[in-house]
Design a protein around this ligand. Structure first.
Ligand SMILES: Nc1ncnc2c1ncn2[C@@H]1O[C@H](COP(=O)(O)OP(=O)(O)OP(=O)(O)O)[C@@H](O)[C@H]1O
Ligand SMILES: [Mg+2]
Length: 321
């Protein structure tokens, strides 16, 4: 992470996503460092536990890519190309092999150039994102592979890549952005808790870099936030839930109940922005993670404000131009 100069907002979002296991979408012009940021996510995630390592190795062994029996407790980071077929992504094919989503089990599935994937292939991801597993149905049998993934996606705001940049007008006008973004269905977008803009850094920022934090420092905060989550859900009798992102809606309403100031903010925002039920739960989950990063038991106004800002960034990106 120390390699990345500036981009404090994007780094913060990466930390929050890592802490709560949230799916993340980064939108920005070419060269703004989206791929670079995503590639650094594994460096701030906690290592695999022994039980997780076992599951991950089993899947990789079935897929036949456990080279020389070498195991790594780094979380998987899979980067399928946008020409990937449905079978390549969610599994299937002649021998019913696990797909990229399962190979990314307990780790990151990074989809770069998100809208360039075929819409059918992307929609096939909805089920694994919801249930944490891929089901491959064949004529005479069914195979289920685990796929508890954190989705990280990156995209340009429009096909030519420059919409919204100062002084730039797309040749195809506003449709350049709206047609491009429409390739991602609303239900899929709904499953992405954190969406951020990644503006390009200027050369001036690259020349005089302020010292930035190392991955290990961020990883320590992420690890303690994750510990708080595991412990909380275990105490509530949900030992199988480890992150806020995977917390069911009824439970998150109980765990992320805001204090009085937070509630007022939430009510005002809900009235003005008219957000959907899904958006409301997304805000609660992200706010819960922000409170966990702060080591707080209650979700406060400041946590909700930041969570709402991520929601607003997403609405801005996807608003019809
Ligand atoms: N904040 C930064 N600090 C240091 N280097 C940067 C930064 N932003 C961009 N770069 C440099 O720019 C290069 C391009 O970044 P990257 O490939 O991540 O961009 P991108 O946003 O993925 O672009 P595209 O939309 O074209 O895929 C990087 O390899 C890196 O050398
Ligand atoms: Mg890129």
């Amino acid at each position: 992470m120390a390699d990345i100069k500036g981009q404090e907002g994007a780094k913060r979002a990466l930390e929050v996503a890592a802490a709560g296991g949230h799916n993340l979408l980064m939108v920005g012009p070419p060269g703004s460092g989206k791929s670079m940021l995503a590639a650094r996510l594994p460096s701030i995630l906690p290592l695999l536990s022994a039980a997780e390592l076992l599951e991950v190795s089993m899947i990789h062994s079935i897929a036949g890519n456990l080279s020389g029996g070498r195991l790594s407790d780094r979380r998987p980071f899979r980067t399928p190309h946008h020409s990937a077929t449905m079978a390549a992504l969610v599994g299937g094919g002649f021998r019913g092999r696990p797909g990229e989503a399962s190979l990314a089990h307990h780790g990151i599935l990074f989809l770069d150039e998100f809208p360039e994937f075929s819409p059918q292939v992307l929609d096939a991801l909805r089920q694994p994102l919801e249930t944490g597993e891929c089901i491959i149905a064949r004529a005479n049998h069914r195979v289920t592979y685990p796929a508890a993934i954190q989705l990280v996606a990156a995209m340009n705001p429009c096909r030519c890549g420059m919409a919204g940049e100062p002084g730039h007008v797309c040749a195809r006008g506003p449709r350049c952005a709206s047609d491009y973004q429409a390739r991602i269905s609303a239900p899929l977008m709904d499953r992405i808790d954190i969406r951020i803009d990644v503006p390009a850094v200027s050369a001036a920022d690259l020349i005089r870099p302020a010292p930035s934090e190392k991955s290990a420092d961020i990883a320590a905060r992420v690890a303690s936030a994750r510990k708080r989550q595991s412990l909380r859900y275990e105490n509530l009798g949900h030992g199988d839930i480890h992150t806020n992102a995977r917390c069911p809606t009824a439970l998150i309403e109980a765990c992320a109940e805001p204090d009085r100031a937070g509630l007022t903010l939430l009510q005002d925002a809900a009235e003005q922005m008219k957000f959907s039920a899904r958006a409301y739960h997304r805000i609660l989950k992200v706010a819960r993670t922000l409170a966990d990063l702060d080591g707080e038991d209650r979700v406060g106004r400041i946590h909700l404000a930041e969570a709402i800002s991520y929601l607003m960034a997403g609405e801005r990106q996807m608003a019809p131009a």
